[in-house]
Write a protein that binds this ligand. Structure first.
Ligand code: ADP
Ligand code: MG
Length: 248
């Protein structure tokens, strides 16, 4: 894939819960190495969309295609993760009792034999990758500190780093700045922007100021389908969006 190609394509995706359509013929595509923001009121279908992409929820109908032709609806969750889709949930789940370096190491090896894995030797390439990631998430000087002493924001960044250890091509990030200080919010914007230079990044977020600070292209979900899409300016001037959100 190259810039401008689409890496993810949802076509006519519908998900019903007891007859209620959480996604209603949703069609959407994400480009290779773009940073996309998805916004929408509570209940708009944002999390359901993430669940469909990652294989957690099966739609009633529609298509979900990743890369050139991978049909995600034929794959289970682990397979979807393996072919390069990483998801960051809202709450950070780092290994509190382990150091930053060890957290990244464990995420890289992703082996359930915890301690055995921890002491298996890393090769130079793996070490470099961990170093570069610590640099990106601003935790390099803290590499030897336990995750338990990190701030909420730092834990979120560490978890983004842990996701990167699996070399995803597409990253789905759910409300990354909730509960962060203004300084942490800014740093998070920098991290995601940097990441989008060599990954496709989809961010779901409520914090409009944050969206404004990072957004290139924004998609507004409403009642399970796309209400509007474009630059932040396009969105703010969009009549349908104004009607729904401002009651105009
Ligand atoms: P968002 O993430 O945009 O807030 P969701 O995707 O979580 O929205 O939910 C969309 C709609 O689908 C909501 O009305 C929600 O109540 C409903 N919904 C989501 N998951 C389920 C479920 N497992 N069972 C029943 N209803 C659900
Ligand atoms: Mg949600």
């Amino acid at each position: 894939l190259k810039k401008g190609d689409r890496i993810l394509y949802l076509d006519d995706v519908t998900v019903s819960f007891d007859g209620f359509k959480a996604l209603n013929s949703l069609s959407l595509s994400i480009e290779y190495e773009e940073l996309r923001c998805i916004i929408g009121a509570n209940g708009a279908g944002k999390s359901t969309m993430m669940d469909v992409i990652t294989g957690k929820t099966r739609p009633d109908n529609g298509h979900v295609i990743f890369g050139k032709a991978a049909n995600l609806l034929e794959m289970d969750e682990p397979t979807i993760a393996q072919i390069g889709i990483g998801r960051k949930f809202q709450k950070p789940t780092v290994f509190e009792g382990h150091t930053i370096f060890e957290n990244l190491e464990l995420a890289m090896k992703d082996d359930k034999r915890f301690y055995k894995t921890l002491f298996a030797k890393l090769n130079g390439e793996q070490k470099d990758k961990i170093e570069q990631t610590m640099e990106l998430i601003g935790l390099k000087e803290h590499y030897h500190k336990k995750a338990s002493i990190l701030s909420h924001g730092q834990k979120q960044w560490l978890e983004i780093g842990m996701l990167l250890m699996q070399s995803p091509k597409l990253l789905l990030v759910d409300e990354p700045v909730a509960g962060m200080t203004p300084g942490e919010v800014e740093k998070t914007g920098q991290i995601l922007t940097e990441l989008s230079k060599n990954h496709s990044v989809v961010v779901v977020e409520h914090d409009m100021e944050f969206i404004r600070s990072i957004a290139k292209k924004v998609t507004v979900l409403h009642e399970g389908s796309v209400l509007a899409e474009g630059s932040m300016k396009d969105i703010q001037n969009n009549e349908k969006v104004r009607k729904v959100y401002l009651g105009e």
